[in-house]
Design a protein around this ligand. Structure first.
Ligand SMILES: [Zn+2]
Ligand SMILES: [Zn+2]
Length: 117
């Protein structure tokens, strides 16, 4: 893994030391779409974790509790903690669109997860 951008993916704050940031991974249930380059400053990560909530139900969106399947949800976890939160399509779009590096922004109306079951 090469780390080229040491800025928070939300607020653009420069992360001067590893302890000041949290690296995270996300993918839609399939390894080939895995993105392991996520980086947030500690403050933005704390905010994100508040939004996601403390528990990580296996087949439900962490935010709205909608039931999701493995390939019709976004899996999100810290690099140093493999247990994922799941996000349904609307909440995946909300999460992804808040990342600076997600360009162009996703349209919640046309967004689909890549795998069709
Ligand atoms: Zn930040
Ligand atoms: Zn949801």
């Amino acid at each position: 893994m090469t780390i080229t951008d040491l800025h928070c993916d939300r607020c653009d704050r420069f992360i001067s030391e590893p302890a000041a940031g949290v690296r995270f991974v996300y993918h839609p249930g399939r390894a080939q779409f895995r993105d392991s380059s996520g980086l947030l400053c500690a403050r933005c990560w704390d905010e994100l974790e508040l939004w996601l909530g403390p528990d990580r139900p296996l087949r439900r969106c962490a935010v709205c509790r909608e039931e999701v399947t493995r390939e019709q949800s976004l899996h999100l976890h810290r690099v140093d903690d493999a247990q994922s939160w799941r996000l349904c399509a609307p909440h995946a779009v909300e999460f992804l669109n808040r990342l600076r590096t997600v360009e162009p922004k996703l349209d919640p109306v046309t967004f689909r997860f890549p795998a069709q079951e």
